[in-house]
Design a protein around this ligand. Structure first.
Ligand SMILES: Cc1cc2nc3c(=O)[nH]c(=O)nc-3n(C[C@H](O)[C@H](O)[C@H](O)COP(=O)(O)O)c2cc1C
Length: 133
């Protein structure tokens, strides 16, 4: 069997060519730019482009992170569904500051978002997401 550490050192990252990003033609709203980029990710067959890392902070001030599915983007609000009793749910009750991270290798693009999480309630979870996870 090949040595995985040797293989790790040989792995490439950010291998282009990639489409240029024209910063002189930005939409008003960052959410709109995100949706344009998401479209590009889907067109370039990025696998699960809606999978994102949600980072939270625990009661001791330590960061925590896990992958979630993005459910909706409205204006500059990014929606996800999860259980309020989960570890992340508890962390968000104590400290609503969050970060979201996406990485789309085929585009060579990473999206980093920082914000404040708001609990929209179980009813919203049921109506829009088909579950109250
Ligand atoms: C691709 C993928 C998608 C996921 N989507 C969700 C999701 O939308 N909501 C969720 O609560 N957990 C989702 N999970 C599970 C979380 O990553 C996590 O393991 C779980 O929610 C428990 O996290 P916690 O202990 O920090 O609360 C997903 C995991 C993967 C790998």
């Amino acid at each position: 069997m090949k040595n995985p550490n040797e293989r790790l050192r040989g792995l490439k990252s950010l291998t282009g060519p990639f489409q240029a990003f024209d910063t002189s033609r930005l939409p008003e709203n960052p959410g709109e730019l995100f949706l344009q980029w998401l479209n590009l990710a889907i067109e370039n067959e990025v696998k699960e482009p809606h999978a994102m890392t949600l980072s939270t902070v625990d009661a001791d001030g330590y960061p925590d992170a896990r992958v979630l599915i993005l459910k909706d983007v409205v204006g500059d609000a990014f929606y996800f569904a999860t259980g309020s009793e989960s570890r992340k749910g508890q962390q968000l009750k104590g400290n609503p500051h969050v970060a979201l991270t996406f990485y789309w290798p085929q585009l060579g693009r990473q999206v980093r978002i920082r914000g404040t999480a708001i609990d929209m309630g179980k009813e919203m979870g049921r109506q829009i997401f088909g579950s109250d996870r």
